[in-house]
Design a protein around this ligand. Structure first.
Ligand SMILES: [Zn+2]
Length: 207
């Protein structure tokens, strides 16, 4: 299983984000796989080195790199989307940025998800280095609209979101159609799944 993924990683098939690629490379090394001129192999030395490695996402270096000040934030909406999206979804998506699942966040349903998995989170919380439910990590495509609503709910209780923003989001949602996402919004949310680097329709457990 992991070997197949490692080969896919080598061929750059998965995943799309550099951190996820870094994660798979790390995961392969962690079980002792090394890439040689003769292909992927496991040696006594690589096994010994693997035993000494920490789980990805648990070392201060990994966490630091993922939360570094000045780290480039990746927005998931473009200004051109304003023409097609509802004012509600457009403003909401402007308050989130792409993020990566870290080891301390792997609780509940997220336990099955690999460290480094892409998601989206509250930009105010991410800037402050907060982890947890201010960030969402969709595990299947069908749950995307629900995840968008989860992040909306976060903004309603987030202490770091400006009160004006919270109120405007609430008003726009109230003024929106029922359900709050129109057809074009739904299409956008569907494409977001792919934008996060997902192939297939769900994330399979780490194995
Ligand atoms: Zn927040």
């Amino acid at each position: 299983m992991l070997k197949k993924r490692f080969v896919a990683y080598q061929e750059n098939k998965i995943p799309s984000s550099s951190l996820s690629r870094e994660y798979w490379a790390y995961a392969a090394e962690k079980i002792g796989m090394i890439n040689t001129d003769y292909g992927i192999t496991i040696t006594e030395e690589s096994l010994a080195a693997a035993n000494a490695m920490n789980t990805f996402g648990t070392t201060p270096e990994h966490i630091g790199a993922m939360q570094a000040e000045g780290r480039e934030s990746i927005m998931l909406v473009r200004s051109s989307d304003q023409r097609t999206l509802s004012p509600y979804l457009y403003l909401l998506m402007n308050q989130v940025e792409e993020c990566y699942l870290l080891e301390p966040e792997r609780v509940g349903k997220r336990k099955e998800a690999p460290v480094g998995l892409t998601g989206f989170g509250c930009k105010y919380c991410i800037k402050a280095g907060r982890l947890g439910f201010c960030r969402v990590f969709p595990l299947n495509k069908r749950s995307m609209p629900m995840k968008v609503n989860d992040i909306y709910q976060h903004f309603q209780r987030c202490p770091l979101t400006p009160a004006d923003m919270r109120n405007t989001l609430r008003e726009l949602k109230r003024a929106a159609t029922k359900p709050p996402l129109n057809d074009r919004d739904r299409e956008f949310v569907d494409q977001l799944w792919m934008k996060l680097g997902r192939t297939g329709s769900q994330i399979t457990p780490t194995g």
